[in-house]
Design a protein around this ligand. Structure first.
Ligand code: MN
Ligand code: MN
Length: 464
């Protein structure tokens, strides 16, 4: 080995470069592999926000959490959960320090882009039965044609019974599909701009092709679909108006690449941060500060609604907790820190033009600390302060967590937001931290196992 020149040594001292985990900490590949197994199981079990809540509630109960009771009084290291309407869930571990010292929030979302059924979805056309859909969140619509879909959701029957549906996940389940044109007849469709490759009103789900056996019935194909649904679930057509039914990719989470270093799955934005936050909450069972892990809903459509972070739901819950200890919630918020744990776009070598490489996140470089999101001149962003950045960087550096910085693409190339601004509204120091994702918002998103594992490590460093 040749001796480093003065310049090289000075550069090493003054400059900074981000690390590749596999180079810097090769031995973690096996740990990450083990960790990814539970993550893939979580993804397969939770294709909707409700399923993620059910899975999480069951898991935390097995780990000693009890349902939050506003009339109880909790002591250090007690663990409680609050299930908000079956669509989001908050996990709290009371810390050693008093609430008045502030809490550590970690908030990830468990809703993902998908095709929702319209309230009056069922129809038949030219001897096929269909569901009409209305997409949820930002999707590239053309990606949703000709892939196997499954149907998940709940229906409230007239008598109030809640029926849960899941069709298309088991190997021998039927799947559903949105059709697309064959290339031979796509001359005109090919002239459409990509955003209209498949149009919103073309995202129709094929349900069946055999008619009900009665020539007197006007819509026998629709009736056949209805009768099958009624047989299995007791549903009638009117019940769709009391339902939330989501069509999601039926593919299972799988390893990607010859080296199996990546994970491909639907809904990794942002269940990857939800899972790692959940695991960190379970791992750090004696935290210094009270930890508040939130798995929220509605992020993909702007966090509106009483299961999203624009709602006062979390503020109300915090007030209930603060009342127990005779502290003012606002005094707690001022001293609290929040990780808005959400994914960022991983640099994609096939599409380098939209990225500014020096400020992009890369696969296998660890969780991405995103100072600001938003678009144009940081509009719609929380833009974390230097002090907040310093605080979170210190947690990670002190625990040797490899992490990186990232912006969502080039300036003025596009943009996006997270829940960070809502926590800023609550007067909490907040910054975004999460996993870099390739093909984000597609039916099959890609993450790296090392990044997933290191995000878990970052959350543990934050919590402990
Ligand atoms: Mn997200
Ligand atoms: Mn998203």
């Amino acid at each position: 080995m040749t001796k480093k020149t003065d310049g090289e040594q000075l550069y090493e001292k003054l400059g900074y470069s981000f690390k590749h985990i596999a180079k810097a900490s090769h031995e973690d590949i096996e740990q990450a592999e083990q960790f990814s197994k539970g993550y893939k199981a979580f993804l397969d079990a939770g294709k909707t926000e409700r399923e993620c809540v059910n899975y999480t509630e069951k898991l935390v109960k097995e780990n000693g959490y009890t349902e939050f009771d506003k009339n109880a009084h909790y002591k250090e290291f007690d663990k409680v959960y609050y299930n908000n309407r079956g669509k989001n869930i908050v996990l709290i571990t009371f810390g050693k320090r008093p609430l008045a010292d502030g809490v550590k929030f970690n908030i990830a979302h468990i809703d993902s882009p998908r095709l929702d059924l319209k309230p009056n979805p069922l129809y038949e056309q030219d001897e096929l039965a269909y569901f009409k859909t209305h997409y949820y969140g930002g999707i590239k619509k053309y990606q949703w044609g000709t892939i196997p879909l499954s149907m998940h959701g709940v229906v409230i029957l007239k008598d109030g019974t809640k029926v849960e549906l899941s069709v298309g996940e088991k190997d021998d389940d039927p799947k559903f599909i949105v059709s697309d044109l064959l290339p031979h007849l796509s001359a005109r469709q090919n002239e459409r701009p990509l955003k209209d490759g498949l149009k919103g009103e073309e995202l129709n789900i094929i349900l069946g092709s055999i008619p009900y056996q009665d020539d007197a019935v006007k819509e026998p194909f629709k009736l056949m679909a209805l009768s099958l649904l009624n047989e299995k679930y007791g549903i009638t057509e009117a019940d769709f108006m009391r339902a939330e039914i989501e069509m999601v990719p039926s593919a299972k989470a799988s390893d990607i690449g010859l080296d199996r270093s990546l994970i491909g799955a639907y809904g990794q934005d942002d269940r990857v941060c939800a899972y790692t936050a959940l695991m960190a909450a379970l791992s750090v069972d004696k935290p210094e500060y009270t930890t508040v892990t939130v798995m929220t809903d509605k992020e993909e459509i702007g966090s509106e609604g009483n299961t999203g972070m624009a709602s006062r739901m979390l503020a109300h819950l915090m007030e209930d907790i603060c009342d127990m200890y005779g502290v003012k919630a606002r005094d707690v918020y001022r001293k609290s820190t929040c990780l808005s744990s959400d994914v960022n776009a991983a640099y994609d070598p096939t599409f380098p033009d939209v990225f500014e490489k020096q400020n992009s996140s890369f696969l296998n470089h660890g969780p991405v600390l995103t100072k600001y999101t938003g678009s144009r001149g940081k509009g719609g962003s929380n833009d974390a302060s230097a002090e907040t950045m310093a605080k979170v960087i210190k947690y990670m550096d002190d625990d040797n967590v490899i992490w990186q910085i990232g912006e969502l693409g080039k300036v003025d190339e596009g943009g996006g937001g997270t829940i960070a601004l809502f926590m800023g509204d609550m007067d909490v120091d907040t910054v975004d931290l999460g996993v870099p994702v390739l093909a984000m918002h597609s039916p099959f998103e890609v993450t790296s196992k090392l990044d997933v594992y290191y995000t878990y490590k970052a959350f543990m460093a934050f919590y402990k």
